[in-house]
Design a protein around this ligand. Structure first.
Ligand SMILES: [Zn+2]
Length: 236
């Protein structure tokens, strides 16, 4: 049976009420195209990549480096396994139809610097807002919460997780070099933010990277709500 037929067969077996359980098979699929397209449409459904915003990649091959990605300017809610493209480390499309995102070089920088096998980049409301708000201090910090343990290698709420906030730029060659430098200085980062733009996070697997998106987006919303509880003149 073709992958497409198999996906359709799975889809017809699920009912609307059992959608989350049926969908999780997509994330755990041994077919990287199916797992990545499920992840992208799920992130879109959460409202973290509206319009054609955000971009997402998984490493298909290390030598030569080949990333599986959604094409640029495509609604992320409409991604199917066979619409994904393959790009090389110079951000050139080597398989599939469509253009590579301008931000592909950032994905390349992250997978080369960290050894990650998946990079997920969201444009959520809270991520956009907080990355602009915390840009002057250059980082956003989370501390004291149980949910931090959802991040890889974090064992306790008594910890301090920092996400650096870099100035946004349209010069991707320069920005990707800044990201490489940052990851060389701080190899243990779980993610980074571009001011007024959004979050980049990654993981050893697509599963881990997606968990990091969920945890960090949780903390963006929590941080915003916490700020709302504090009188304006005391907000930091
Ligand atoms: Zn972006």
């Amino acid at each position: 049976m073709s992958q497409k037929k198999a996906a359709r067969t799975k889809a017809t077996k699920s009912t609307p009420r059992s959608a989350p359980a049926a969908s999780s098979k997509g994330l755990h699929s041994s077919d990287l195209r199916e797992a990545l397209s499920w992840t992208i449409t799920d992130i879109h459904a959460q409202g973290w990549a509206r319009g054609t915003g955000g971009n997402f990649s998984a490493v298909r091959r290390r030598q030569p480096l080949t990333l599986l990605m959604a094409p640029s300017s495509v609604d992320k809610g409409l991604i199917e396994p066979d619409t994904l493209i393959e790009v090389n480390e110079a951000a050139q499309v080597v398989a599939g139809n469509g253009r590579a995102s301008a931000e592909t070089l950032l994905h390349v920088a992250i997978v080369q610097a960290t050894g990650a096998n998946a990079v997920l980049h969201t444009h959520s409301v809270f991520g956009t807002l907080l990355s602009a708000y915390y840009a002057p201090r250059g980082e956003i910090v989370f501390s004291g919460y149980e949910m931090l343990k959802g991040l890889e290698n974090i064992q306790s709420h008594e910890t301090r997780v920092s996400l650096p906030v870099l100035p946004n730029s349209q010069n991707m060659a320069q920005l990707s070099q800044q990201v490489r430098d940052m990851l060389q200085r701080h190899p243990d980062l779980h993610g980074l933010m571009l001011a007024g733009h959004g979050l980049y996070t990654w993981g050893e697997s697509l599963f881990q990277a997606r968990r990091h998106v969920e945890i960090l987006e949780f903390f963006f919303e929590l941080t915003y709500q916490r700020l709302m509880l504090i009188p304006p003149h005391r907000r930091g």
